[in-house]
Design a protein around this ligand. Structure first.
Ligand SMILES: O=C(O)c1[nH]c(=O)[nH]c(=O)c1I
Length: 312
């Protein structure tokens, strides 16, 4: 059975990896994802130029009954140079995604210049969708700003580049963002990031469950699966075929991985469920996915990728 994928000439022997932000802030966490026999790659925590402690705790919460998670981490990370050192000395055959989330266009362009001029030989994920930096909008909800940063980036950046998008909820917005992205030689689009600014209440105390922003935070896990699949499907139907899709959001079972692929995903990321279950989740998900593929009589992901049926 062929459970592989290719993006920008990089071969992925397994199609799952962590979602940026989960199990990827330190070298030890990154190593634990790479060490799994059931991951094809790893993505770093989105980096800013300098180290950031992030928002005050409690800033992460797992909902009861495995419904999902809410977080307002606030972009805590070890700083750009920490991850540059990590990728420089890391010996691995698995591709590495280097995620960046500068707080301004200039900061993002500066990190892209450093990545371009470095020996880094992996893929870069420009995170345009962090919902948790107080006062900072999710860039990808501003179509002009998205167009502008990609236009400037591609005047000098020649390594494989993709963008991490927030979820969209309007068909016209799917059209708008796809029209922008199709103008650029992107290696991939990663959709979705958490659903921004949700609110969860602790029913024992009538209190929000996280401290930052009065309890508003990004929602992930089971709760966001329908939105994640819609965004994967909508973008697959609209984007140039050369732009591959990483499906993220709502993955807790092999069937969820299968559904992301059915909607058009080439790679599939696990966030909330990885945080809840640990790296063993990848073995379980890959086993469950394989069982479904065998049951359906397929032998490779290409047999059903993007083959979601509609009702005639
Ligand atoms: O709060 C965070 O660090 C965070 N949290 C998210 O849910 N998505 C993001 O892109 C980020 I940068």
């Amino acid at each position: 059975m062929n459970l592989t994928a290719t993006i920008a000439g990089f071969n992925f022997e397994h199609i799952m990896l962590n979602a940026a932000g989960v199990m990827c802030q330190t070298a030890e966490e990154l190593d634990s994802v790479l060490a799994s026999a059931h991951t094809g790659a790893v993505v770093t925590k989105s980096a800013t130029s300098s180290l950031r402690p992030g928002n005050p705790a409690p800033r992460y919460y797992e909902l009861p009954n495995k419904l999902g998670t809410i977080n307002s981490m606030g972009l805590p990370n070890e700083g750009f140079n920490y991850y540059m050192d990590y990728v420089a000395k890391k010996q691995t055959h698995k591709p590495i995604f280097f995620s960046i989330a500068g707080l301004s266009k200039q900061e993002n362009l500066e990190m892209l210049h450093q990545l371009q001029d470095s020996d880094f030989n992996g893929l870069v994920e420009l995170n345009l969708s962090c919902p948790n930096v107080p006062g900072k909008p999710q860039t990808a909800y501003d179509f002009e700003a998205t167009q502008a940063i990609l236009t400037e980036a591609f005047t000098f950046f020649t390594k494989p580049l993709g963008v991490k998008l927030p979820p969209y909820f309007d068909i016209v917005h799917f059209d708008d963002i796809a029209n922008i992205l199709n103008q650029f030689p992107l290696a991939f689009v990663n959709t979705i990031n958490s659903i921004g600014n949700g609110l969860v209440i602790d029913d024992a105390t009538d209190t929000v469950v996280i401290k930052p922003k009065g309890g508003f935070g990004g929602v992930g896990g089971t709760l966001v699966k329908a939105t994640a699949l819609a965004n994967v499907r909508a973008l697959r139907l609209r984007l140039n075929p050369e732009i591959k899709i990483i499906g993220t959001g709502g993955v807790t079972s092999g069937r969820d991985v299968y559904d992301h692929i059915l909607c058009g995903a080439d790679l599939v990321e696990v966030g909330s469920q990885l945080a809840i279950e640990g790296v063993a989740v990848f073995e379980r998900l890959e086993r469950e996915l394989s069982e479904i593929i065998i049951e359906k009589g397929y032998t490779s992901l290409a047999d059903f990728r993007g083959q979601l049926k509609v009702i005639a």
